[in-house]
Design a protein around this ligand. Structure first.
Ligand SMILES: NC(=O)C1=CN([C@@H]2O[C@H](COP(=O)(O)OP(=O)(O)OC[C@H]3O[C@@H](n4cnc5c(N)ncnc54)[C@H](OP(=O)(O)O)[C@@H]3O)[C@@H](O)[C@H]2O)C=CC1
Ligand SMILES: CC(C)=CCC[C@@H](C)[C@H]1CC[C@H]2C3=C(CC[C@]12C)[C@@]1(C)CCC(=O)C[C@@H]1CC3
Length: 336
């Protein structure tokens, strides 16, 4: 039976590289669905995939993870098209208006935290957030809540005893506990909404395992490392993309000291591809699977314990359920 794989944010970067790598492994046995916000870029991605894999089954679906109504109608469409989903890659993400703290960068360069700084970007980045038309914080809605709602909507095609399905989150090394506050899950107060949303996805993944494992649904998180994509090009906005390329030799050098500099979307997708081949029952819900690239350019996946606890994950889950019920009520009122 063909495996059905849905990838959010599949039209560029790590999501697109994942699709390419999955098709290279098994062109005939997959039904790929690219769930994208921008359909122009989605068409281009589909054409590129079909050029290298002409017999592949690649479908497109319009979905904006930051919009409640878009997620709900996309989920309806998925349920019409497929009886079941084997893999749901929750990959779409944004880090808008990142501010690079040059002072923090130089301070970090000459401190014992230099390796951590290059591995996580901690201490040198802050982000500016916006508000969606549903009244939610944009980064929270795009990276976390839209995906949460999608999972909830897709329960009937994801939960099948006997044949497990997998949820796979693209998290980040930039996810850290200090950026997250249970009393402010959308990160309305603070300067690290991206880090908060990624830490929340780590917590949520644990909670999803607690809730759904009995129903044959498993959740894991990965970190792709530092990858040069449109998301990271925004960090030095006055820097055109081609100038970033000039930094590549320097980045290769840094990679000798920190194998988290995966740099290309192909390398960054390593852990996503690795998880595709694992039995979900054998995975550890408390670790993050990291894509790593050695100084010699070899890719591998390593599990690292996450700084999360069950109690906080359950509390976040309850808060998300509560928010879900609020936004559904609001949506009903709007429709009336
Ligand atoms: N690059 C890096 O170093 C790292 C990236 N990550 C994570 O990897 C994931 C992929 O990012 P990356 O490939 O780097 O960056 P890209 O910007 O190349 O990819 C992001 C993807 O998400 C999509 N997307 C953004 N907003 C929405 C939305 N509201 N609804 C639907 N799709 C949306 C984009 O689509 P569109 O064309 O419509 O904008 C795009 O396809 C993200 O979750 C990111 O946080 C994690 C750690 C490091
Ligand atoms: C020589 C020079 C100009 C170095 C600057 C490098 C930084 C721009 C990168 C070092 C670590 C990177 C990093 C990210 C962005 C770019 C860096 C700060 C992320 C925060 C991008 C988004 C993530 O999810 C995690 C990444 C961690 C590492």
């Amino acid at each position: 039976m063909n495996k059905v794989v849905l990838v959010t944010g599949a039209n560029s970067g790590i999501g697109l590289a994942l699709c390419e790598r999955l098709l290279s492994q098994d062109t005939e046995g997959l039904q790929l669905c690219l769930a994208c916000r921008n359909m122009g870029r989605a068409q281009a991605a589909r054409s590129a995939l079909l050029t290298s894999h002409p017999t592949a089954q690649v479908a497109l679906l319009q979905m904006d993870t930051s919009s409640i109504s878009s997620v709900i109608s996309a989920a309806q469409e998925i349920k019409l098209r497929y009886n079941r989903l084997d893999y749901l890659y929750l990959n779409a993400g944004i880090m808008p208006n990142p501010q690079f703290d040059l002072k923090g960068f130089f301070k970090g360069l000459f401190s014992s935290k230099i390796i951590t700084m290059f591995a996580t970007g901690e201490g040198i980045l802050t982000q500016k957030d916006g508000v969606t038309s549903d009244g939610l914080r944009e980064i929270f809605a795009t990276n976390l809540f839209g995906h949460f709602l999608l999972i909830r909507e897709l329960e009937p095609v994801l939960c099948h005893e006997g044949r497990p399905s997998q949820l796979i989150w693209t998290s980040s090394s930039n996810a850290h506990r200090s950026a997250f506050n249970l009393e402010d899950i959308q990160h309305q107060r603070g300067t690290q909404p991206y880090s908060s949303s990624k830490y929340a996805s780590d917590l949520l993944s644990l909670a999803l395992n607690t809730h759904y494992n009995k129903q044959g649904l498993y959740s894991s998180v990965i970190c792709p490392g530092f990858v040069m994509t449109s998301l990271t090009y925004g960090i030095l906005p006055s820097f055109p993309a081609f100038l970033w390329t000039l930094l590549i030799p320097l980045f290769w050098l840094i990679r000798i000291f920190t194998n988290t500099f995966t740099l290309t979307p192909y390398n960054g997708a390593e852990a996503l591809v690795w998880l595709f081949k694992q039995k979900p029952e054998s995975l550890d819900p408390t670790v993050k699977y990291q894509s790593l690239t050695s100084g010699l350019g070899n890719n591998y996946t390593q599990a690292r314990k996450m700084d999360i606890d069950l109690e906080t994950s359950k509390a976040l889950y309850e808060k998300l359920l509560q928010l879900e019920s609020e936004v559904r009520k609001k949506l009903k009122r709007k429709v009336k």
